[in-house]
Write a protein that binds this ligand. Sequence first.
Ligand code: GLU
Length: 468
Amino acid sequence: MTVRVRIAPSPTGYLHVGTARTALYNYLFARKNNGKFILRIEDTDVERSSKEMTDIIIESLKWLKLEYDEGPFFQSDYFSHYIDHIPELEKTGGIYRCFCTPEELEERKNKVIEQKKAWKYDRKCLNLSKEEIEKKLKENKPYVWRVFIPEGKTYFDDLIHGRIEKDNSEIEDFIIVRSDKTPVYNFAVVIDDYRMGITHVIRGDDHISNTFKQLHIYRLLGVQPPEFAHLPLILDEKKAKLSKRSGTVSVLAFRDMGVLPEAFVNFIALIGWSPKDNREILSIDEMIQLFSFENVAKKGGVFDYKKLEWMNSKYITNTDDEKLYELLKPFYREAGIDIEKFEKDKIFKMIFSVKEKARYLKEFPYLTEFFFKDITEYDKKGVEKYFTFDKLNHLKFLVKELEKIENFTSENVEKLYKDYVEKNGIKGADVIHPTRLALSGRTEGPSLFLMMEILGKEETVKRLTKVL
Ligand code: GLU
């Protein structure tokens, strides 16, 4: 049996973190088992679906490098296929027409609720006689198709949760085709999964109640249902379901902040799954090798933004300069800096100087911006603390010495500062902080001596002299 799995997003919104993780687990499972990973766009809700969202979903998967082997297939291309299965289902006697109007249903439902009871479709149309049905059809009365749920229990062996069971009295005779002849999600999904030969349905926990219904459609079709694996939800820091309210959840928003796709994939993989040895930094190949449902948690996992920052910064630090340079170009461009206009070697050094500080690629332009422009403002508190009479006096002397350095490298500058500090019995901080403030306008930043090397002798002396 070839493993065939799918990710089936609805294009009613962007691809969010939860769907991305579901896609990833499907992908890992497919690759591990030499199977196929399929993309199916569930756009039967025509009004809420859009081409724009479909494009965003596809772009997101591409960014994450979760390549699909088949698709994208669009449910809307197959509308008639779903309905084609109705006669076959009707023959089983397991589905029936329901002519109740929404208004009638609402009225009956309200009565039941008034009595503080739970509402479930009351099967008014189950026992319509052949003649009654014929008559209503002749009158063109709109109707939906419902599945008859017999007495008993419905259960399945989930690959993550083990056996899950529900008494059929808790399952309503649910609708599979609406009065406008469009299939509802539960119907379309079963027909698609069946026609596409899906072997494993891997999706969020929130679909468990749908699975119970879908199993009845499989039963009526007389086909073996796929295996199911329901993934625990992703929670926010308050342990509520991760949503827009919790913060950023759109995958492309993370890209635009400058999260590296490899870091993002690594991070989401570990929400609800961990390899046995609890390793944290994993390449996609390692994940494929180690992935198994046994190690997927049964309870929801928290989306920890701080951990994402930590992980992204690790990935940034480990990215080689040439690649980082390419990745950073658009971020600099957005900040109004064309790094291609500068010596590549210099840019490499700048990137290197702040590489370990940056949590997102988007932070690089800010962290290095003082290299590119004249300093016109100086940190106020820093000015009070570091631009004092005696400290500036030290700088006055140091500028003269700096001018004499022939080979203006960070090592040579550092040696000059060290010797000066030693000779005068002062603290390194007494000269380092004022120099940094004069050169960058800031009290924090990359290694000072490297900063001076990058700026070069002329610019360093110019900025110091300006302050003096
Ligand atoms: N379109 C459904 C969703 O976005 C897919 C559920 C499933 O995988 O069956 O939640």
